[in-house]
Design a binder for this molecule. Structure first.
Ligand SMILES: Cc1cc2nc3c(=O)[nH]c(=O)nc-3n(C[C@H](O)[C@H](O)[C@H](O)COP(=O)(O)OP(=O)(O)OC[C@H]3O[C@@H](n4cnc5c(N)ncnc54)[C@H](O)[C@@H]3O)c2cc1C
Length: 388
């Protein structure tokens, strides 16, 4: 029985575990966190990601957990409405699910075949590759041999630094940072996203189940790199110094509730190769697309399906080459779109901010909708082609 060790129990790692366990592999997943409930931000699955979830029979399990979104209402720092976008205009005719990342991860985990060994609070300490198998040493001192090692441990994959390239070479910041956290709902937004937008910064809120609200900030930043947990609220206070009072109130309330925001750069991962020997990078670790693309988790699911398909037909070295050849064209397109769209999502200068709002107010909704739907459909077609 072939064996795989997977580092990271995010969408990429769990989807790979799902496919490979079903194909008869012995699967071990190690996850640094002590539980899988971190990173509960809102995200959507559309296009190839939705199709991949459908192939896994996951859609009917995710639907009861999904949220409806009516409108995204943009207000300026004085609270005046500057823009109102109807979600329906963007997704008409598309298969689409909006959910919390935590719910996607829980659904993937619940659906894993019996026998998948998940070790929480554990990491890979070292991998020695050789033609007859990889020798893996874990952080708890245990060791094992594996035919394949998947590094699905996110944008800041630690082993990638050693086995592929240092972060300084492969992380490409887009000039923005983001923060996400949850807090008690005091806004009562119904099924609308509300965004407080100003030049260089946007704060978005959406009401969750159980009286909670999901908050997202994206802001222009020349600084990059991880922000220590103890400094994150202070950084956000500075970012929001001139924002609407509602934004301040949410920050203060979340801090008092003891939430710890997730803060990171909007950065692409750009590598010339995703595999070396028996080690393959998967998901954000290989090709982070950033939240701007709206396809990172979707492409993680797609990538796992393509990998399992390639491994079902070819020996490991050929399968890794085939997986990359089939996936890379979509990744190049999506990363290119992230680079172009970042400035549109959060315009940096006051002039760019006004121009973006003017454009979005006056461009026919049908055009925006058609652009978005065509882009998603193109990725579905490309993924179908890649599915062989
Ligand atoms: C705010 C936000 C909104 C987004 N919106 C969307 C969206 O609408 N649609 C979409 O498709 N995508 C979206 N994305 C992107 C999407 O969330 C990611 O692309 C996706 O989660 C990547 O999955 P992954 O499994 O590759 O990595 P991750 O989700 O980062 O998971 C990596 C896992 O590895 C673990 N780990 C880290 N280091 C180690 C280690 N050394 N050893 C063991 N385990 C480790 C982590 O704890 C984590 O569980 C969004 C992202 C953000 C931040």
């Amino acid at each position: 029985m072939p064996s795989v060790v997977i580092s990271g129990a995010g969408a990429a790692g769990l989807a790979a575990a799902w496919w490979l366990a079903r194909a008869g592999w012995r699967v071990t997943v190690v996850e640094r966190a002590s539980d899988l409930r971190t990173g509960g931000y809102m995200m959507s699955l559309s296009g190839p990601g939705h199709a991949a979830a459908a192939r896994m029979g996951l859609v009917s399990k995710l639907e009861p957990l999904a949220y409806t979104v009516e409108e995204n209402v943009y207000r300026d720092r004085r609270g005046r409405e500057v823009l109102r976008l109807r979600f329906h205009d963007f997704i008409e005719g598309l298969d689409y699910l909006v959910m919390r990342r935590t719910d996607l991860i829980a659904a993937l985990r619940a659906d894993l075949p019996e026998g998948v060994d998940i070790r929480l609070g554990t990491m890979i300490a070292d991998v020695e590759d050789s033609p007859d198998g990889a020798s893996v040493r874990f952080s708890d001192g245990a060791t094992c041999k594996a035919d394949l090692v998947l590094l699905a441990d996110g944008m800041r994959s630690a082993l990638r630094n050693r086995l592929f390239a240092p972060d300084s070479d492969c992380l490409k910041p887009l000039g923005y940072r983001f923060a996400v956290y949850e807090l008690k709902d005091r806004l009562g937004l119904g099924a609308d996203f509300v965004s407080y937008a100003e030049p260089g910064h946007i704060a978005e809120y959406y009401t969750l189940a159980e009286g909670r609200v999901a908050a997202l900030h994206v802001w222009h930043s020349h600084e990059t790199g991880p922000v220590p947990a103890a400094d994150r609220w202070e950084l956000l206070s500075q970012v929001c110094a001139r924002s609407h009072p509602t934004v301040h109130a949410q920050l203060i309330a979340a801090r008092e509730e003891g939430a710890v925001p997730l803060v990171d750069d909007l950065a692409l991962v750009d590598l010339p190769r995703w595999s070396t020997g028996r080690v393959l990078l998967l998901g954000d670790a290989a090709h982070c697309l950033t939240l701007i693309s709206g396809q990172g988790a979707g492409m993680a699911l797609t990538s796992a399906a393509i990998l399992a398909d390639a491994l079902g037909r070819s020996a490991i070295p050929e399968a890794l080459v085939e997986h990359e050849a089939r996936l890379r064209p979509s990744i190049i397109r999506l990363q290119d779109r992230s680079r172009k769209m970042a400035g549109m999502f959060v315009p940096h200068s006051p002039v760019a901010f006004e121009l973006r709002n003017l454009f979005m107010r006056h461009v026919p909704r049908k055009w925006i909708g058609r652009y978005f739907i065509n882009a998603v459909n193109a990725e579905i077609l490309a993924a179908k082609g890649a599915d062989g």
